[in-house]
Design a binder for this molecule. Structure first.
Ligand code: TXA
Ligand code: MG
Length: 319
């Protein structure tokens, strides 16, 4: 086992808190994907984080909290925002809200924006570490900028080796896709990133209306959602979607009952279960990428529920 990879335990959690206080980086499981945690108030930790991820400095970080009270120290809320916090937190919903002056979050973590993307994760380890650290945590997904997100501690090691001071292995993440991001800084509220929580469900449960930002549209290629513009979630192997007949030499990502006689094949869900497909997506893309074939070709995925998020990730990966 790598020296910087430790199983989740009281000891490794205490070590993580100690490291966060020492300007170090710690990879942790959340319910969505693994994140690289650091102190959002510490310039040197933030610089290290942007550097190892090769993340452009104009791409701000999500700030993770362990209570609505802590969130309210960092952002200005409204009745609608608090309604969503009460209904969906802790859980995979990130809210973009106006920034409040505070001592926790440095400008660098926010790329100088006047808004903050804030999230109260369900992940036990993340919440416990924020409890012990007594401050919020900045955590982008634990992948090199633009590459496939990490849903397993070994993915983090594959991407960064010992460049991260500590990686805590808490097993595979629950959902396998990132949180939903909703911009509430102005009306109409805009969905900035499809994620685990379907925006239709948000509206159904709360009556709060949401418009879907067309992220590929040039209009949105502005600094208020920088991570959503470019090619992303992409394997090194060129990826093609909606393919029903893989060619010789392809790595094939199948979905559903149809069987193929194609050697390099993984099936996201043989029972055509979209939640299972979401859970497997990034893991299987990483596995197929390792085969170093000419192409990764992906079977059609139904565009409903979490299938919309899966297709959005695949579209970006195939740009
Ligand atoms: O599920 C998740 O959200 C994971 C786990 C680790 O919490 N985190 C995650 O972080 O996906 P990251 O950095 O990979 O994606 C965050 C996205 C980026 O596209 C970034 O541009 C956007 O959130 N973002 C952050 N702050 C923002 C802000 N103030 N306004 C608009 N977009 C923002
Ligand atoms: Mg990411």
């Amino acid at each position: 086992m790598k020296q910087n990879l430790l199983k989740e335990s009281e000891k490794s959690i205490n070590k993580a808190v100690k490291y966060l206080n020492q300007e170090k980086l710690v990879a942790l499981k959340t319910e969505t994907v693994y994140g690289i945690a650091c102190d959002p108030g510490n310039i040197s930790a933030l610089k290290k984080l942007y550097q190892i991820k090769q993340r452009p400095i104009y791409n701000p970080l999500i700030i993770h909290v362990n209570s609505i009270e802590l969130a309210k120290k960092i952002v200005h809320t409204t009745d609608d925002a608090e309604c969503l916090m009460k209904k969906f937190w802790p859980g995979p919903l990130t809210l973009i809200l106006p920034r409040k002056i505070n001592n926790f979050v440095h400008d660098i973590a926010l790329s100088g924006l006047e808004s903050v993307a804030i999230r109260f994760p369900k992940s036990n380890i993340m919440r416990e570490i924020i409890n012990k650290f007594q401050k919020p945590i900045a955590a982008p997904s634990a992948n090199e900028s633009g590459y496939i997100s990490a849903t397993d501690a070994n993915h983090v090691i594959d991407s960064f080796g010992n460049k991260i001071d500590l990686v805590i292995d808490s097993g595979r993440t629950n959902f396998g896709l990132e949180s939903t991001i909703l911009d509430m800084t102005k009306k109409p509220y805009q969905l900035k990133r499809h994620g685990v929580i379907d925006s239709k469900i948000i509206t159904e449960k709360t009556g709060i209306k949401i418009v879907i930002a067309n992220c590929k549209n040039k209009k949105f290629q502005k600094p208020n959602s920088p991570g959503q513009l470019l090619k992303h979630y992409a394997p090194k192997t060129p990826l093609f979607t909606n393919i029903t007949e893989p060619m010789q030499g392809d790595a094939f990502l199948n979905f559903g009952k149809r069987k193929y006689n194609h050697k390099a094949t993984l099936n996201l869900s043989t029972t055509a279960n979209l939640d299972e497909a979401a859970y497997n997506l990034f893991d299987f893309l990483r596995k197929l990428d390792k085969l170093k074939k000419k192409r990764i070709v992906v079977a059609p995925i139904p565009n409903t529920g979490i299938g919309i998020t899966i297709n959005e990730r695949l579209d970006r990966a195939s740009i």
